[in-house]
Ligand binder design. Structure first.
Ligand SMILES: [Zn+2]
Ligand SMILES: [Zn+2]
Length: 244
């Protein structure tokens, strides 16, 4: 996989389709959980941007934003999406019960988050941009920073339309495609990926909706509900590089 801007439309479509196909076959069924998370925990708000913003100039219909959910709810969705050790992760975060296994490094950042939840949720919900906007990253993230892939998954859940998640394998591919290492400078990686997505849209005349529709999981998994507003942008980028 080369960089997004240098790839053909067919190649990007195929990469995303392949990612969805693998996810639909895998266990746990990531696509089903992603669909549930999207419909239960997120809302789609009208695009607030001025006419000069790239998104607005490219037919933006709105942005995904986290609903006013409790921390327990956020944690449940996080655990469901990202680890098979769901119960163990929840118990570790909420009850301090130690566990070893996939997701153990998420415990500390999730506890950090739980201690600050109302204030962080407020900051998250005040941010109304998407990854394609001209503005830089959400100010909260710039302040706190991202150190590992479990942090990135947290921030991506908080800012579903603006920050990508990554994993060991997708990190390798992202670096091979010429982007900065996300564990060294996550915001630079994120910025360059979205910058390339804008270029990719310009080259192929896609617009915001066309970019969202590059991800169409319902074509590989019939249980997945077709979205009337398109898929979240972070997952469009993620699926170009991530194969379960
Ligand atoms: Zn917009
Ligand atoms: Zn915008």
């Amino acid at each position: 996989m080369g960089s997004i801007a240098d790839s053909s439309l067919d190649k990007i479509r195929e990469a995303i389709r392949n990612s969805n196909k693998q996810a639909a076959q895998g266990r746990p069924q990531y696509l089903i959980w992603e669909d549930r998370a999207l419909h239960s925990d997120y809302e789609f708000i009208a695009c607030p941007c001025g006419g000069l913003c790239w998104c607005k100039r490219n037919g933006c219909g709105g942005h995904y934003r986290l609903k006013e959910v409790t921390f327990e709810r956020f944690l449940e969705t996080y655990a469901t999406l990202w680890t098979p050790n769901r119960r163990a992760l929840r118990q570790a975060v909420l009850g301090g019960i130690r566990f070893k296994g996939r997701g153990q490094n998420a415990v500390e950042p999730l506890q950090w988050l739980s201690e600050r939840w109302p204030s962080i949720l407020g900051d998250v919900r005040r941010y109304d941009k998407c990854g394609l906007c001209d503005s830089s990253a959400p100010p909260l993230v710039t302040r706190v920073g991202i150190f590992n892939l479990w942090d990135a998954k947290i921030w991506s859940q908080l800012y579903y339309d603006s920050l990508i998640p990554f994993d060991y394998e997708s990190k390798r591919k992202i670096k091979n495609a010429g982007y900065p290492d996300p564990t060294i400078d996550f915001l630079a990686t994120n910025r360059e990926l979205f910058g390339d997505l804008r270029k990719f849209s310009d080259s192929h005349g896609l617009g915001v909706r066309g970019l969202r529709d590059l991800d169409s999981p319902w074509t590989v998994e019939p249980q997945y509900r077709k979205s009337s507003v398109g898929q979240p942008l972070s997952r469009v980028v993620d699926k170009i590089f991530y194969i379960p």
